[in-house]
Design a binder for this molecule. Structure first.
Ligand SMILES: C[S@@+](CC[C@H](N)C(=O)[O-])C[C@H]1O[C@@H](n2cnc3c(N)ncnc32)[C@H](O)[C@@H]1O
Length: 354
């Protein structure tokens, strides 16, 4: 066995220190979000711990001081040691307070907690090779997933992704029929519906609690007449005549993505479009050894692969399937024109037409 080299070891330890600091911050950040501590700093400006505790609804000051020092050490809030006050910068507010900011990360922290909760079931699946049903690994996997993706959707679907597709925005403006397959809690469906009031939308997902939450969100936004949500596996959707089908961050989660592609082909009008939003990835695993690939491979191990392996066929594409593999899957559905319409730091948007 070769001996450890001191400089390489020190480098790795330095990295672990940062990584573990991030991991240790997950529970304190989540509590700070739920208890309204970030929000109170944002609303009331710089505060000493005692006042922060009071502004956040009368919390125990000793806990709040320790929390505030932890967040200061994290760099998630600022600490003025002279005046003993804590504050939130505009950039920190974008991460922890402003829900429609493109970098609002509350959902990401919840997703980490859901992955930890899911450990026993996924660990068992490593031994058996079985899958874990979507939603079974953790109570709030589905709501955390919705919250995790929402900031990206709020800032991209209507502004960037739909306009990148050929002729689709025009159809939506004049009134189109749209299906959002694998819609989860429905944020993507509702965002599109709000932006295109003349179009009608049906969100489909096979997870009943997600569909229940999606229906509630539609009611809250008073979009009940324009949007309907149905509990269905992708392959059993019977409705046809769609101008546009969308699938956001879900094709790779399906057990039979090729079967889904065939079904979407049947659902679409002859000149219809399928927009597939998938995690950005290179075609070779070695292209994904980067911070984004790191997040996705970890989430894929805990969520995407188990979900797919639980279903019929169990293709197990994984979150980092890459465009070439996805194109092959989509082509099997009978699509001949398949291209990357646009991309962002976390997603690629694939346009498929017959
Ligand atoms: C990562 S989540 C994305 C949800 C939603 N599109 C979003 O972006 O927030 C994957 C979704 O795919 C759904 N799903 C997985 N396999 C499915 C299938 N075979 N048919 C329908 N939905 C499926 C899950 O229930 C889950 O809601």
């Amino acid at each position: 066995m070769t001996q450890p080299q001191e400089d390489r070891l020190n480098q790795l330890i330095g990295r672990m220190l940062g990584d573990l600091g991030g991991a240790f911050s997950v529970p304190t950040v989540r509590m700070g979000l739920r208890l309204g501590l970030f929000e109170a700093l944002h609303t009331h400006g710089p505060l000493p711990a005692e006042a922060l505790a009071q502004k956040a609804g009368g919390l125990a000051p000793r806990y709040v001081r320790e929390w505030a020092l932890a967040q200061s050490a994290n760099g998630y809030i600022d600490y003025d040691a002279e005046r003993e006050v804590f504050s939130l910068s505009p950039e920190q507010a974008m991460i922890f307070v402003v829900k429609d900011s493109p970098v609002y990360l509350a959902g990401a922290f919840d997703l980490v907690a859901a992955m930890i909760e899911g450990e026993p079931k996924v660990e068992n699946s490593f031994r058996t090779g079985d899958g874990v049903r979507w939603g079974d690994s953790a109570g709030c996997l589905f709501c955390a997933t919705g919250a995790f993706f929402r900031p990206g959707y709020v800032n991209n679907i209507v502004q960037q992704w739909l306009p990148a597709l050929e002729g689709v925005t025009e159809k939506l403006e004049s009134g189109a029929k749209v299906a959002d397959v694998g819609c989860g809690v429905g944020f993507s469906t509702l965002l599109m519906a709000k932006a295109f009031p003349k179009s009608s939308f049906i969100g489909y997902d096979f997870h009943e609690p997600s569909i229940t939450a999606a229906r509630e969100h539609a009611r809250e936004h008073k979009l009940g007449d324009q949007v309907r949500f149905e509990c269905r596996t992708a392959k059993t959707i019977g409705e046809t005549g769609f101008d546009l089908v969308t699938s956001f961050d879900c094709l790779h989660d399906m057990g039979d993505p090729r079967g889904c592609a065939k079904q979407v082909r049947r659902m679409l009008k002859e000149n219809g479009t399928w927009m597939i939003v998938e995690p950005i990835a290179g075609d070779r695993a070695k292209d994904n050894m980067n911070p984004v690939g790191r997040l996705y491979y970890n989430a894929s191990t805990m969520i995407c692969v188990p979900t797919s392996l639980d279903q019929e066929v169990g293709e197990g594409l994984g979150a980092q399937a890459g465009q070439a593999k996805l194109t092959e899957v989509i082509r099997e559905g009978g699509f001949t024109s398949i291209k990357r319409a646009t991309e962002g730091p976390f997603n690629m948007v694939i346009e498929a037409r017959a």
